[in-house]
Ligand binder design. Structure first.
Ligand code: NAD
Length: 492
């Protein structure tokens, strides 16, 4: 791990510009925005925002790539390019990890254990799919007494707009880019204004990997300006969005005007259900990781901790002990296990939710405040004696705050788990095999994990329903979401 100063130097050396059609775009008239370090509160760098002309140029360049050599290329060739990109990202994994720590505030080990291995694995996984875009042959009854041959082919959906959030910008951009590029689409990536650095590095590497000009375009900018220009552009054929439900609604409304297909990965209020028969030590560890990883700024954060009443007090005590072991600090210090939240607004929002929990009757079992130091830190917090109707159990907090709610029996646990506006992920802690499968089947969530929190793998489809969004990323479903199936019937 490099130190903060070296990483700042690396960040400032990146071209802080839109990347369009294979070139960095310098436009004197463009607005800029500052990227703020969540730990020092200083400015890391200032980035040029993509304006209307730049977004238009990006969509045009992407269209040219889809209609040209890239869209028509053999899948083997696309697979090779994606593998080259994976190799380049892997070779620079430490730089990516350091930039992510600087930009997002997450402790140095996290991007090395999660984000970067997942990013590389995602590019490799979809490199393998690129030459397997197969159609189907479908027998039919024929046409006016004549025999027919019907088959389908999978075509790239076209120009994909990928809009990413700040919590895991490297990994989530790979989730969007890799399947789109494997399918022969070209991408306009709008990275988060709070954490755009690794997307700029990715653009540099895409060019090095030999992706043809226009295949990947990166248009940094704020949501209300550049983001809006991207989703409103008539040349965009698909929008893949990860972010908040509020912005998801704006994206869906823009998409509805042209019936543009969308994949929406929105937030969550994911339950972690701890049964009395669970290995409580293992469960407590897992539950704590599930709410404290990435400072709780995770869409799948297990923020509703449902615990069997007979082990409730014991379990809360275990959680409090684990929280006491969390080391809040500079992501560049080796001992740090939790970093800072992304910005002052997020810090204020999380602290307000803690106050709301208190005023609605929850007991702050630990944490509950910001430490007395610069940076957007919030202490790891458990709100005990919470109920599922409290605001802290209903709304996504996106911070290191877990509401711990008791339940009396299995039926109530499932009812509480499903009594939510969200349905992204769920975790079940039990040693009873039948109960594990049974409850996994009854819980409303796109992904259920038993005795482990949210295992990730590019082979496993990812996504939710209700306010958590629609569609799936990753795996075969993620590839198909970037294609159109076309039917051809030949009357013989
Ligand atoms: P956000 O919705 O504010 O922003 C997400 C992205 O959308 C950013 O790039 C932003 O610039 C852009 N954007 C904002 N307004 C826009 C507009 N009007 N038009 C187009 N683009 C616009 O979300 P965030 O604060 O960056 O991320 C936090 C949220 O994301 C949380 O709610 C979290 O649960 C969710 N999230 C979900 C997943 C998932 O996989 N389901 C993963 C990570 C984060």
């Amino acid at each position: 791990m490099a130190d903060r100063v070296a990483t700042q130097t690396l960040a400032r050396a990146l071209p802080a510009l839109p990347f369009v059609g294979g070139d960095w775009q310098e436009r004197a008239t463009s607005q800029t925005f500052d990227v703020i370090d969540p730990v020092t509160e200083g400015t890391i760098t200032t980035v040029t925002e993509a304006d209307a002309a730049t977004v238009d140029a990006a969509v045009t360049a992407a269209r040219r790539a889809v209609d040209g050599d890239w869209g028509r290329s053999d899948g083997t060739e696309r697979g090779r390019a994606l593998n080259r990109l994976a190799d380049l990202v892997e070779a620079r994994a430490d730089d990516f990890a350091d930039l992510e720590s600087l930009d997002v505030g997450k402790p140095g080990f996290e991007p090395r254990v999660i984000d970067l291995p997942q990013t590389v694995a995602t590019f490799r996984h979809f490199a393998g799919w690129a030459d397997k875009l197969e159609g189907r042959s479908i027998p039919t009854a024929g046409y006016m007494g004549r025999r027919t041959l019907s088959y389908t082919v999978r075509r790239p959906v076209g120009v994909v707009a990928a809009i990413t959030p700040w919590n895991s910008p490297t990994m989530i951009s790979a989730w969007k880019l890799a399947p789109a590029l494997a399918a022969g689409c070209a991408v306009v990536l709008k990275p988060p204004e709070d954490a755009p650095l690794t997307s700029l590095l990715l653009a540099q590497l895409a060019a090095e990997a030999g992706l043809p000009a226009g295949t990947l375009n990166v248009v940094p900018g704020r949501g209300a300006t550049t983001g809006n220009l991207v989703i409103d552009h008539p040349g965009v054929d698909k929008i893949s969005f990860t972010g908040s439900p509020e912005t998801g609604r704006i994206v869906a409304a823009a998409a509805a005007r042209r019936f543009t297909p969308t994949t929406l990965e929105l937030g969550g209020k994911s339950p972690q259900i701890v049964f009395a028969d669970a290995d409580l030590a293992q469960a407590a560890q897992g539950v704590a990781v599930g709410i404290f990883a990435n400072q709780g700024e995770v869409c799948a954060a297990g923020s509703r901790i449902l615990v069997a009443r007979e082990v409730y007090e014991e379990f809360v005590a275990r959680l409090v002990e684990l929280a006491a072991g969390v080391v809040l600090g500079d992501p560049f210090d080796a001992g740090t296990t939790m970093g800072a939240l992304i910005n002052s607004k997020q810090q204020r929002r999380v602290l307000q939710y803690i106050e709301l929990g208190r005023s609605e009757g929850a007991r702050v079992a630990c944490g509950g405040a910001a430490p007395d130091r610069p940076g957007y830190f919030v202490q790891p917090t458990f709100l005990a004696d919470a109920t599922n109707s409290m605001t802290v159990a209903r709304e996504e907090i996106f911070g290191p705050v877990g509401a711990v709610i008791p339940f009396d029996d299995e039926a109530q646990a499932v009812d509480l788990a499903n009594d939510s506006a969200y349905a992204l992920a769920a975790t079940i802690w039990t040693t009873d095999l039948s109960r594990a499968h049974d409850v996994a089947g009854r819980v409303e969530a796109g992904s259920v994990a038993v005795n482990g929190w949210s295992p990730l793998d590019p082979r496993l489809p990812w996504g939710g329903s209700k306010l958590s969004g629609q569609g799936r990323e990753l795996g075969r479903a993620g590839l198909d979401a970037n294609t159109q199936e076309k039917t051809v019937t030949v009357v013989l």
